[in-house]
Design a protein around this ligand. Sequence first.
Ligand code: SF4
Length: 237
Amino acid sequence: MNEIIKLSRSTVEKYLSCPRCCVLDKKYKIKPPSLPFTLNIAVDNLCKNEFDYYRKIQEPHPLFIEYSIDAVPFKHKDLELWRSNFKGIRYKSIEHNYDFGGAVDDIWQKKNGDLIIVDVKATSRNNFDWSDTFSKYEYAKAYKRQLEMYQWLFKKNGFQVAKEAYLLYFNGKKNEEFFNNQLNFDVHLLKLDCSTSWVENKIIDTVNLLRSDVFPKPSLNCEYCNYLKKRWQLSIT
Ligand code: SF4
């Protein structure tokens, strides 16, 4: 029997965007350089605290009223576990011998019991146009896949899950006249019509790749690999 493979939704996302990066990360513990998103983490935390207030009193957050969402923040004993990066919500497949998980930002519950999966994002753009961003950029499509993977996890854990999921976007206003040690945000609540039909197959494909000896080629348009290639070429001339 093969050893169990523990993987997260970001491993599957890496498999989808560049299988080589997925292998480098999971098998060789080599990751592309990245910066810590400390401001995003601060926004996530503040938002979590605010939603937790409404969770405690089981009342809709004012945004739900503004956007006509008939729900309240979901109360559950495992919520902190599901939100934890080290644990998250998980599903173990006996058949394919994997343990898949992800850490969710928030969950709301509709009157009929369906869970709404929510992810919080922070950015700072002059013109916030989600449709345009979604049509042009792969990272926006990855945000949708992220929600779909969480939806799948909740379904596998026996919950009823709504088809719609939300991105709660905080857009930092950078053109205010005075700073006054305050960063103000516009809030955009984006409803996404999701499908989990692809998720299981892609988890299995990722697991199969990680169990194989295949070392996929780098993606041609990846800025990291191109940077390394050019540096290497320069150093040997
Ligand atoms: S092409 Fe980019 S994403 Fe793929 S292995 Fe290289 S650095 Fe990673």
